[in-house]
Ligand binder design. Structure first.
Ligand SMILES: Cc1cc2nc3c(=O)[nH]c(=O)nc-3n(C[C@H](O)[C@H](O)[C@H](O)COP(=O)(O)O)c2cc1C
Length: 163
C-alpha cells in the first residue's frame, strides 16, 4: 500500500526548508532552478545533495555538465525564487549580476553563500535523480537572513525561540 500524493504533500508542507537556486553551465548556456531538496551530506569529504525531477530541462543540463553551484537565498530574494521556479529559462538570468565559479556555474550576486560542486555520484530516487556534489569551492558573501519555504509560502526568520 502506498499513500496518496495529496497526503504526502499535506505532510511535507509542514516541514520548512531553506531555498536555493541551483545553477549549472552546459554547452555555453546558463541553467538554474529553485530548489529546496538541498542538504549537506558529508563533512569529510565535503558532500551535498540535491534531488532533481527527471522531467526538467535543468536535470538534463546537470546530468550532462556534471557540475552545479548552490546559491543560498536571503529573505530579500523571494521574487528570484519565484522567477527560477516559474519563468522561461531565457528570462531567469535577465538583469542579474553574475560571477563565475570555478566549475563555470553562475553565482548570483546577493545570495548569502555559494557552494561550487562537481557531481561525484548520481542515484535514482523515483521520479527524481539524487545528484551528490563534491564541494570544490565555497564562499559566504554576506550575513543576510535566509529565505524560508513553508506551506507553499515564503517566510523570514524574525524570532529566535532558543539559542
Ligand atoms: C520552493 C521551491 C522548491 C523547489 N525544489 C525543487 C527541487 O528540490 N527539485 C526539483 O526538481 N524541483 C524543485 N522545484 C521546482 C523547480 O524549481 C521548477 O520545476 C523549475 O521550473 C524547473 O526549471 P526547468 O524546467 O528550467 O528545469 C522547487 C520549486 C519551488 C518553488
Amino acid at each position: 500500500m502506498t499513500i496518496s500524493s495529496e497526503l504526502f504533500k499535506a505532510i511535507m508542507r509542514n516541514y520548512p526548508t531553506g531555498v536555493a537556486i541551483v545553477t549549472t553551465v552546459y554547452d555555453n548556456e546558463y541553467y538554474g532552478l529553485t530548489v529546496n531538496s538541498f542538504t549537506s551530506l558529508s563533512l569529510d569529504p565535503p558532500l551535498v545533495l540535491i534531488a532533481i525531477d527527471k522531467k526538467l530541462t535543468s536535470h538534463e543540463a546537470i546530468n550532462k555538465s556534471n557540475v552545479y553551484a548552490v546559491n543560498i537565498l536571503p529573505d530579500d530574494m523571494k521574487d528570484l525564487a519565484i522567477r527560477f521556479a516559474t519563468a522561461p529559462r531565457e528570462e531567469r538570468f535577465r538583469g542579474l549580476k553574475i560571477k563565475t565559479a570555478k566549475t563555470g556555474s553562475p553565482i548570483i550576486e546577493g545570495a548569502i553563500a555559494y557552494l561550487d560542486c562537481k557531481v561525484a555520484a548520481k542515484y535514482p530516487g523515483g521520479d527524481h535523480t539524487i545528484f551528490i556534489g563534491e564541494v570544490i569551492d565555497a564562499q559566504v558573501m554576506n550575513n543576510k537572513l535566509p529565505l524560508i519555504y513553508y506551506n507553499r509560502g515564503y517566510y523570514s526568520i524574525k524570532q529566535t525561540i532558543s539559542l
